[in-house]
Design a protein around this ligand. Structure first.
Ligand code: 13P
Length: 277
């Protein structure tokens, strides 16, 4: 394990993706356990991403703290006859400053698992729709957390870099340099999500460095250097420190472990300990 503290100009992010979990009361109780950890040390940006139903409640609970609120998805049109959808202005109204887009659980056939045959294809996100969402979010000053990552079979057939390059191009291909500065990318290998199988920290770092290199090609070297690239996929209290110590990993997008207050605080502490103030 690398113990060295990184000299890093990129302020790290630890984001909790609560997925389809927690009532408003449960969310408020979780927030209470997390708040003190961030009040004492602001070196890491902490973002909580509750389901839509708890967004504005969590935002209210977080007043007088520096913790940010993020949504888990969005639709790109501003308003209209789009039953079941939530727009960017609505997210602003609920207090969001971040929004996850392109999560594999929302990307069409991308994340299909045999045990959930077909279920993930109901959502049908594509690289192109991720791009529309990124554009709509940036227009309203909300920071997109763009998820990219390969399935197990894509990794097995040597397609990891090709898949990620295509996802980056679809999501970020039209952005100018200034806009690129307002984006966070999360590398989430599909096979590591919710499985307890974490990508080895050095391999995760290699892919995060690849993402940075590709952004350098699509945009410019400075945007690439400033880009915050997170790792997501079974980040836990016992592996966070090693992952966050890697040179190209600027924090984490945490699923299951973000639902446990003390465990999530431990993960935040791991990020705080790995970066210079
Ligand atoms: P887990 O941390 O539960 O593997 O989920 C990761 C994830 O999907 C975060 O967006």
């Amino acid at each position: 394990m690398k113990e060295a503290v990184k000299q890093n100009m990129r302020r790290p992010v630890v984001a909790g993706n609560w997925k389809m979990n927690l009532s408003r009361a449960e969310a408020a109780a979780l927030v209470e356990t997390i708040k003190p950890a961030v009040t004492l040390d602001e070196s890491v940006e902490v973002v909580l991403c509750p389901p839509y139903t708890a967004l504005s409640h969590v935002h209210d609970e977080l007043r007088r703290s520096n913790i940010q609120v993020g949504a888990q998805n969005v639709f790109w049109e501003r308003s209209g006859a789009f039953t079941g959808q939530v727009s960017v202005p609505m997210l602003r109204d609920a207090g969001c400053t971040y929004c996850i887009v392109g999560h594999s659980e929302a990307r069409g056939s991308f994340g299909i698992l045999e045990t959930h045959e077909g279920s993930l294809s109901y959502f049908a996100e594509t690289d192109r729709t991720v791009g529309y969402k990124v554009r709509a979010l940036l227009d309203f000053g909300i920071i997109p957390i763009v998820c990219v990552g390969e399935t197990e079979s894509e990794r097995g057939s040597g397609q990891t870099e090709g898949v990620i390059d295509k996802q980056l191009e679809g999501a970020l291909g039209t952005l100018d340099e200034a806009e690129m500065g307002s984006v966070v990318v999360a590398y989430e290998p599909v096979w590591a999500i919710g499985t307890g199988k974490t990508c080895e920290s050095e391999e995760a770092n290699r892919i995060c460095a690849f993402i940075r290199e590709k952004i350098g090609e699509h945009a410019d070297a400075e945007s690439a250097e400033d880009l915050r690239v997170l790792y997501g996929g079974s980040v836990k209290p016992n592996n966070a420190r090693e992952l966050f110590a890697q040179s190209d990993i600027d924090g984490g997008l945490v699923g299951g472990a973000s639902l446990d207050g003390p465990g999530f605080v431990h993960i935040i502490r791991a990020a705080q300990g790995n970066f210079l103030r």
